[in-house]
Structure formats: C-alpha cells, structure tokens
Design a protein around this ligand. Structure first.
Ligand code: GLU
Length: 449
C-alpha cells in the first residue's frame, strides 16, 4: 500500500480536531506526536493500513461522573470527576489523578495521551490513563478533602482494579488523598487490593522512593543528557519552576549531584536564592504548612520573592520546568537561551509550548520532553505494583538504583531512536517514535479491538 505520509498525518490530525472540539491541550499533545510519526509511517505501511495511529488517538473508554459532597459549613458542592482509560495495549491503564480547578476533559485527555507513550518508554508493563476532578483542594480542610475523595471513589471504584486501572497522584493529589481514596476503595470492595493505587503511605503498601521519583528521575535524565556531551551537574546553576513534589525532589537530587538550584516558584510568583534553595525550609513551607513560596523568602535572608513575573528571566545553565502545562512560552524560551541556558528538562507534563520547543531547537539548547524526562514517577509506581504483587519491600538504595537505571535506559532509547530515524539529538522525536513503536506493535498484535 502506498502512503502519502504528509497527507495521511494531516488527515489524522484533522479528524482529531473535528472529533474533539475545544480540547486545545489534547490537540497540542497529538500534534507533537504526529509530527514525529511521519518517519514511522514511511517505514511501516501496516500501521497506516490498520489505522493504528487513529486507534491510539481514540481513548478506549472515557468516564465522566458527578461528585457531590458537603463542605464544612454544610453547603452542598458539586464537582466533576474524570477517568480516561486511554490505552491498555501494554498493561492495565496507569496514570495519576489531578485535582485542580483547571481540570476538564481536554486536559485529562492530553495527560492520558502523553501517559501512553511515557509508560511505554519506562519498559514496564503499564498502559496509559489519567483522571481527576475540577475540585480545588487549596484552602480546604482535611475533613473536606476526605469527604470529596470518598465521594469521588464511590463512583470510580467500579472501573478500577489491579489488573484493570491503577491510578496514582498528580497535581493536588498526594499521600493524603491517596490514603482517603484507598480507604474508600477497601471499604466498598471489601478487598485489601494494594495494587489498585500507587503512591500509598509507606506503612500500608507504599514503596520507598515513590515520593522522590519524578524529581529524582528528571535529574537522572538530565545527567544522562549531560553525560553524552562530556558534562555533569557539577557547578551548574539550575532553575526549577514549581514547588510541588516534582520540584522539591528535583532540587534535592540536583544538589546531591553538585548543581545549585537558585530559584523555584508557585502560582503567586518566584523566589531567587543565590545561596541555593534551602530544601528543609522549602519542605517545611510547602509540604508541612501547605503555605506559599513567599513565606520561604520571608524566612530566608539570602532569598527574595518576585510577585508574578517569569521565573525564566533568572539566568541559568539548566532549566527544569516542573509546574504545569504550557508554563514556558516562546518568549521565555528566547530569554532562557539568550541568558546562556543549555539544557531544558521537562519535569512537568508538556510545560514548554510548541513555540518554546521550536526556539530551543533553533538555539541549539538540549531539550528533553516530559514523557521521557518525568517518567521516573510512573516507573516507580510500576515498581510499587511489583512489590505489592510479590508482597515484598525493597530498600531505598535498591529502589533508587532501579530508578536511575530506568532513566538512563529511557535516555539511551530516545537518543538512539532519534539517530536511527535521522534526527540526531532530537529527544522529542526519539521519545515519540520509541514510545509509539512499542505501543503500536502490541496494538497490532492484539488484532482489531
Ligand atoms: N502523575 C504522574 C505522571 O504524570 C504519575 C502517574 C503514576 O504514578 O501513575 O506520570
């Protein structure tokens, strides 16, 4: 079968636009992958014939449900819950839950779509899915968060299972929320099914290093990128946006590797700390007190707080955007490159806009997409599932060594695939092609389902 590749890619994209109106982030994520896949269709006409890409762009199942709950004042609140079970070619649906007011179907689909390829790249047997709610945990009491989580799980539980769909955390969902969700799942099903959720507490089925994994993983990935250029983190100045789980543990590993993280942020602004971010204080403010980044600057003499503004104005050698999607645009990318930044490693999911990625490519800045660089979190979730299945418990050292190995493997796969497909150094293409090929082969093998 002869395939007119550019026309085919455009046709697939047009159909995605037409069938999923208004889902901008989903369109963006699909576009980026499709742009990389032209080279694959040229070599694999069977994927065109069997509409493998079209099938991967269509979620296997999408669940949208009402989540009613009562706040502390007795007022009834209604939120919307989502779970998009995107692709199970490689294993049970796997991916986090995000609780944030910005969550809608398009956001969940973009995240779920990314997750398919990310999970494939880990080499672990996990499919792709994502979920969440427009619930805003900010300012809510523990009791309110618990009631919300219980209501959310009262609907979601029927779709989950250790061999079916295994959620975890994401923005707004950490150990506290996973605890409430797990408790409700156990109560409804009368099953202590450890493998149904990951990111559990260490005392009841959780795995060491899962908390640190996404941030540590991004740092390991950055280290591998530097290694092929004969460099290391030693003496490098690093800017990490965000101050959640990914940012905190990204900074921790950067410091352990000899770099200095000088800035981080939250939605109100950013702090610059020329002495290097004091991690104990950052953890105290963000994790223990659930406070604002401005509180950090108030308590630390060497730090200053900038309200609003762009953290990407801070000069650095390495940038690790770890806040949220589309936080780094073309202008910010130009500023970073102009200030001498040479490595950009996505800790969050799709934090760089397409214009930013283009600007980095043109300026010769080494760029790692989130689906490769932040895969350490979900990879360690798969290690948690492995420990649950064997009723075992690994040491911190063993788990961290496995994570480091997985991140190095992902980097080499992306690096080598980019070379093999004629775009040396292009980790975006390498990640998309390597992830796609693994999924596509399994989709193809399973027949038309
Ligand atoms: N939410 C994380 C991600 O974006 C982790 C998902 C998981 O552990 O299942 O990959």
């Amino acid at each position: 079968m002869h395939v007119d590749v550019p026309a085919k890619v455009q046709e697939i994209y047009d159909a995605v636009l037409r069938r999923n109106p208004g889902e901008d982030e989903f369109h963006q994520a699909v576009r980026e992958v499709l742009d990389s896949l032209a080279v694959v269709l040229g070599r694999h006409s069977e994927y065109a014939e069997m509409k493998t890409i079209e099938r991967i762009c269509e979620p296997e199942r999408q669940i949208i449900f009402r989540v009613p709950w009562q706040d502390d004042s007795g007022e009834v609140q209604i939120n919307r819950g989502f779970r998009v079970e995107f692709n199970s070619a490689l294993g049970p649906y796997k991916g986090g839950l995000r609780f944030h007011p910005s969550v809608n179907l398009g956001i969940v689909k973009f995240l779920g779509f990314e997750q398919i390829f990310k999970n494939a790249l880990t080499g672990m047997p996990i499919g792709g899915g994502k979920g969440g709610s427009d619930f805003d945990p900010k300012g809510r009491s523990d009791a309110e968060v618990m009631r919300f989580c219980q209501s959310f799980m009262t609907e979601l539980y029927r779709h989950l299972g250790e061999y079916t769909d295994v959620p975890a955390g994401d923005i707004g969902v950490g150990a506290r929320e996973i605890g409430y969700l797990f408790g409700q799942y156990k109560r409804i099903t009368n099953r202590y099914e450890s493998g149904v959720l990951t990111g559990k507490g260490l005392g009841w089925g959780g795995a060491l290093v899962r908390t640190e994994a996404t941030g540590y993983g991004a740092a390991f990935f950055a280290e591998a990128m530097m290694d092929v250029r004969g460099e290391s983190f030693d003496g490098k100045r690093v800017v990490v946006s965000g101050s959640g789980n990914v940012a905190v543990y990204g900074i921790e590993k950067v410091h352990q590797m000899g770099g200095t993280a000088v800035a981080c942020s939250d939605s109100s602004g950013y702090v610059v700390d020329e002495k290097g971010i004091d991690l104990d204080l950052l953890k105290q403010v963000k994790e223990v007190e659930r406070g604002r980044i401005a509180d950090y600057a108030e308590r630390r003499g060497s730090a200053s707080f900038v309200a609003g503004g762009s953290i990407w104005d801070v000069p650095c050698d390495v940038a690790i955007p770890s806040a949220t999607q589309n936080e780094l645009d073309g202008d910010a990318a130009g500023t970073l490159a102009g200030n001498g930044c040479r490595y950009v490693v996505e800790g969050a999911n799709m934090p760089a806009t397409p214009a930013a990625v283009k600007a980095f490519r043109e300026a010769g800045v080494a760029f790692a997409p989130g689906k490769a660089a932040n895969a350490g979190g979900v990879a360690t979730s798969a290690l948690e599932m492995q420990q649950n299945a064997s009723r075992d418990r690994w040491t911190f050292e063993h788990s961290e060594a496995r994570l480091a190995e997985i991140m190095r493997d992902i980097h080499s796969r992306c690096h080598e695939t980019a070379e093999e497909y004629g775009s040396p150094g292009d980790l975006v293409l390498g990640a998309n092609v390597a992830g796609f090929l693994q999924v596509a082969e399994a989709v193809h093998a399973h027949g038309l389902i």
